[in-house]
Ligand binder design. Sequence first.
Ligand SMILES: [Zn+2]
Length: 288
Amino acid sequence: AVESVKDLEVLPVLDKDVIRDNYEGFVAATHKGKNIKKATGGSSGVPFRFELDQESNERRQGVMWRGYGNLGAGLGVKSLYLWGANIAPVGAKSALKDKLYHAFYNRKILNSFEMTAYNLGTYVEQINAYKAEAIVSYVNPLVTLADYIIENDITIKSPKSILTGAEPLYEFQREKIERAFRAPVYNTYGCREFMLIGSECKEKNGLHTNIDHLVVELLGDQNKVISEAGVSGDVVVTDLHNYGFPLIRYRNGDRATISSATTCQCGSPFPLLQSIDGRKLDVIKTPD
Ligand SMILES: [Zn+2]
């Protein structure tokens, strides 16, 4: 029986291709045909398909809103998302449904994938017109916008906080975004398979991992668990609640480092990751 996180170590690590090759075997017999089906973007090649049950979906939404809420971007806060992936409701079929869905969440979505060197001004205009309390964004498009704002000496309507995700946030990028937007920038970390895995708190002291919801292990050579701070390893996640499609010790392709800090001024008991060191997503700029 598995009684502690340590006991997980006897179980094999689950890589994406194992799931791909044995997909039906991962769908719990009790949940066949009832799960919500999802896929990762497939930016690195073949899309990765997985499922989750309804309760797991609700839990992860809750975990996300808790993390975002701690940073001033909680449920219902007027927010602007500068995002590339389509944040669409499950089963959305029309633009109208999409629009209503986001309106109920009190948010506006700007597609970062459509951002070019020539339309940065329209993004600034939309941000200033919308007057969001919080901005949630990929890192790279926000840095591009920050450069544009600083170079052109533009006054932006400051949100109360800015959350970044889906890419590593380096300190020089944080400083630049904070200077352009005159608002604090917080790093969050998640992936499609689990949504929010960890997020910074207002202390900016590393990312608190949501261990009431997910087990997050870092593995080194020969899949040995890393317990010392400052050493980078593969992120391996166990979802404690997705009974419809159990992902146990799933290697998501990212790398991270444990923090040497064992407590945080904010009072959160959730352990800290010092940094997310590598992500599958990156940006390649082409001439156009
Ligand atoms: Zn904290």
